[in-house]
Design a protein around this ligand. Structure first.
Ligand code: ATP
Length: 211
């Protein structure tokens, strides 16, 4: 994300890809404007939050007109670097890793897993989707200069050791799908996605805060 937009709150930044995808579909269907209520229904974020999110980057919708779709899209494209291809690597080609390699963000032209790593000999050299699996010991020599993000789908007990080596090799962002909490230097960002915790939290909210 660009530095001049660094003041956008993290919660807002996380919603941007959601807005972006919906707006892209709107534009493809020829729609030129959208109201916060329409957006709200589509992306399931309340319209006050949407208005606040948009106000951070100066997009103030006009009453009775709504937001201009192409203006919003050009802003998002720049903010989310959607004009650039973000290349990432994946470490751990187990069940989840395999699913990611087959999926490989096929509906999103801007993100691509370009290389995978594992340690199990039978997997090394295999192609999955269009991605080749290399031995993790060869990370430093294989990691392309323009890749700074890694998806981590290894067993929890291997995660910290692998994260250390990823950082050593130049990785600056880790999408951590393991339950392990990782310690990394300040300049490295870890986003943690624990699917079972997310599910439990959803069930909790359904039970205690029914909509
Ligand atoms: P599987 O059925 O292939 O074991 P899984 O998702 O249940 O799948 P996990 O035990 O979570 O398997 O491991 C995920 C993947 O991480 C496996 O392919 C495993 O070989 C790989 N892995 C384990 N240790 C490392 C490591 N140190 N470096 C890289 N990959 C590793």
């Amino acid at each position: 994300m660009k530095s001049e937009q660094a003041k956008i709150p993290q919660a807002t930044a996380k919603r941007l890809p959601l807005y972006y995808r919906f707006l892209e579909n709107l534009q493809a269907s020829g729609k030129q404007r959208v109201s916060s209520t329409e957006l709200s229904e589509a992306v399931k974020v309340d319209s006050a939050t949407i208005r606040r999110d948009f106000s951070y980057f100066g997009a103030l919708g006009k009453k009775g007109y709504g937001y201009n779709v192409s203006y919003l899209l050009s802003f998002f494209r720049e903010t989310l670097n959607q004009d650039e291809l973000t290349k990432v690597i994946l470490v751990g080609v187990g069940n989840l890793g395999t699913a990611f390699l087959h999926y490989n963000f096929s509906k999103n032209n801007n993100t691509q897993i370009v290389m995978a790593f594992d340690v199990v000999e039978e997997k090394i050299g295999q192609e999955m989707g269009d991605v080749t699996i290399h031995h993790f010991d060869t990370l430093k020599e294989k990691l392309p200069d323009d890749v700074t993000v890694a998806i981590l789908t290894v067993p929890a007990n291997a995660a910290q050791n692998i994260a250390d080596k990823l950082v050593e090799a130049g990785i600056q962002g880790i999408l951590n799908f393991t339950p392990a909490r990782l310690s990394v230097p300040d300049y490295v960002r870890v986003h943690h996605i624990d699917l079972s915790v997310e599910l439990q939290s959803l069930v909790y909210f359904l039970k205690h805060y029914p909509v």
